[in-house]
Ligand binder design. Sequence first.
Ligand SMILES: NC(=O)c1ccc[n+]([C@@H]2O[C@H](COP(=O)([O-])OP(=O)(O)OC[C@H]3O[C@@H](n4cnc5c(N)ncnc54)[C@H](O)[C@@H]3O)[C@@H](O)[C@H]2O)c1
Length: 436
Amino acid sequence: MKITVVGTGYVGLVSGVCMSEIGHNVTCLDINRNVINKLRKGKVPYYEPKLEKMILRNIKKNNLSFSNSYKNSTQEVNIFFICVGTPENNDGSSNLKYVYDVAKSLAKNISEDAIVFIKSTVPVGTNALIQKLINENKKNNINIMVASNPEFLKEGDAVNDFLNPDRVIVGTSSKDVMSVVKKIYEPLKIKNEKIVFMPIKAAELTKYAANSFLATKISFINELSILSDALNINIEHIKRGIGSDPRIGDKFLNAGLGFGGSCFPKDIASLINIYEQKNLESNLLRSVREVNKNQRINFMKKILSHFKNSKLTNKKLMIWGLSFKPETDDIRESISIKLIKDLAKKVKKLYVYDPIAIKNSQKELNRFNNIDFLKSQYSNISECDALIVCTEWEIFKNPDMAKLKKLKSKVVFDGRNCLNKEKILQNNIKYIGVSK
Ligand SMILES: NC(=O)c1ccc[n+]([C@@H]2O[C@H](COP(=O)([O-])OP(=O)(O)OC[C@H]3O[C@@H](n4cnc5c(N)ncnc54)[C@H](O)[C@@H]3O)[C@@H](O)[C@H]2O)c1
């Protein structure tokens, strides 16, 4: 099938490339010329495992191309996916400018009957507004149907998620759209019941419900970690104790610095805004957000209180992890970056290391002249008083103890509870985690 995917960010690129991998003929369209030029050479503009090889393979097979031109990318194509960003406005609502721009551009260029799937996360009612916008701007008497197909992939494992989805949610009432969806996803050989059709508005809300629920699990365990810390109970026991119940499950139950990223914070803000639009209260979601914010503040207090009798302005600290989670270079709403900004104002120097996200972070942190970006994980460790782990990258989980012992104050702050506490203590290094 010929498909055009609009927006080559984290979602659009993975979706487009994976659809080419399963045999469709895909054009990925973006207005960013730099990005398209890189992609044409097989270079991925951000870090996502497995993507680069797949791009090169499918360019070679003539299944995949990249374009800046709406005109060229709409010729003889009947299936479109909109995957552009929906960032947060100041009032928490979603900025739909990019989605509407794309819808208008598509409407002005599409010349045959077509289906436009909205993969971007959009507030309830947006698909209907896009349908109206397209109808007002389309050429001639063609039929362009809008359907919702929210995306649930996780950065860092996005290719796998796309090719082996837990479910595909499609909001439509059209039998024609349903049969096209089945054909698009047919090569994935997913069971029928995993393709879930529902009304458009329900599909729109499902995406917000999924992200808000996962964020709620994180804030739940984090709130519990405050109590278990005060009671001197290791929160890891509680995680194991409740996570083994299949009704609860152990995913998203890691106590730590809290959630960040380009989705959870903005999707919760947008959902709260949707409640407000309906004059309804969303107490739970507001609390989820509050707990998340406090988690970072509490951790900062632990660091400050550890050094209480010595001047922090003379201290040098080492930070491991900049990305909002492992296996990505995405630092949008990264808790690590927020913590670094708070700490940089208080300490003499911060040495920071991340296997992938340094380049993105440099732009974000360049106004601080006491932050040094390290090329390797342990360099300068003997100059530092403490290590703070902010992202649970695999390479951080089993550190070289001989090197850790070089820390001047011999203390490790584990913001993700991802280190082996016993091993660290055995090496006479103090361990401060999140109720661990
Ligand atoms: N990132 C995730 O993990 C994830 C997961 C699920 C859903 N989502 C949702 O998917 C959507 C996209 O997120 P993302 O992280 O991929 O965004 P992104 O910011 O990484 O990428 C957006 C891309 O859209 C392009 N673009 C903007 N305006 C355009 C236009 N008029 N025409 C063509 N291209 C245009 C930009 O140049 C950019 O490359 C958002 O709504 C997000 O909430 C994201």
